[in-house]
Design a protein around this ligand. Sequence first.
Ligand code: URA
Length: 237
Amino acid sequence: MRLDRYLANQGAGSRKEVQKWIRAGRVCLEGVLTRDPGAETMGKRVTLDGREMALPGEIHLMLNKPAGFLTAREDSRQRTVMDLLPEEMTARGCMPVGRLDKDTTGLLLLTTDGVLSHRLISPKRHVEKVYLARVEGILTPETEALFARGVPLKDFTALPAKLEILDSHTGRVTVHEGKYHQVKRMFGACGCPVLQLERERFGPLEMDPKLSPGAWRRLTGEEAGALYEAAGMEAPR
Ligand code: URA
């Protein structure tokens, strides 16, 4: 594999960025500085600023999803979150963990580990998700109490959820399940249709405030470990 592709695969940066770094002399192959982005990496040790880059088995990313993108692998007509990732990541099989609606923004996790993904969204595990919602109508202590009891919806009653009212039109809600349009339906059932919804947290992971809408980064080893723990799994070594 070419050196620039190898480094981009690692999530070190975009293909353009890593090409710049290689030309700037920040990358070594087998300890020897190379400025050739096309250099072959097969079987060679690659270091960036002296740090060894190893191609791990699984890749986990966090993306700050902007509005207007479908959470789907592909779509023949609409843009999907996969369009926000470099080809290297999609080629490695990174897939979204669960779904955010097209107009929902914020933290979306993607992983190559299908078992991890499955367990994180399994209704059995009740992994916490935190959303910030701007609503029409007025949020009141009664709304908070109804969320705490469990909002009855047409086809099921939502599990008790914590609603923190930030102002009369803004609430932060913590839910433990992820059914279709669930948060919007819960607010809607209380007479407060959602105008804007943003996910701030998924299980142990908070949105990185340094990621602007549309930006992504690899999870650190510690973050990936916390995710495996939330899924009740051993992190692969
Ligand atoms: N609940 C919703 O209603 N929409 C989302 O995108 C996520 C949770």
